[in-house]
Design a protein around this ligand. Sequence first.
Ligand SMILES: [Fe+2]
Ligand SMILES: [Fe+2]
Length: 140
Amino acid sequence: MVKSLAPDSGNKYEIGIAEIDAQHRELFAILARLEEHSGERYTYDAARNALSKLTEYANVHFAIEESLMRMHGYPDLLAHIDEHQRLRKQLADFQQRLLDADIATQLHKFIESWLANHIDITDRKYVPHLLASKIDPTAK
Ligand SMILES: [Fe+2]
Ligand SMILES: [Fe+2]
């Protein structure tokens, strides 16, 4: 059994851009739903549902982030997109393996650590560039 996510898990990864932070919090909230259906409480339908919501929302978030970086000429855009692409591929791979009951736990651990690392390291890198481009960090 994986450890429970705190309800404010998304908060400690705030990067200071309100719209993006709200999306990151939502990703962690969807992830927490997947955790609820892992281990002994595993059911295929619930895991499939949580994974498809996570995939859908991650795609929306990545598209918004990528267009924001593109619009403001972020120099590391391509490397950042590569990281997003790797997660898109991993999520698709997990979808193929959902019949295995252990997968929800593995998926949860993998995504939690991927999100934490990506937000904390890669997402944080674009913040100075976007702020210097005069985006409004409080806009929602
Ligand atoms: Fe992000
Ligand atoms: Fe990102």
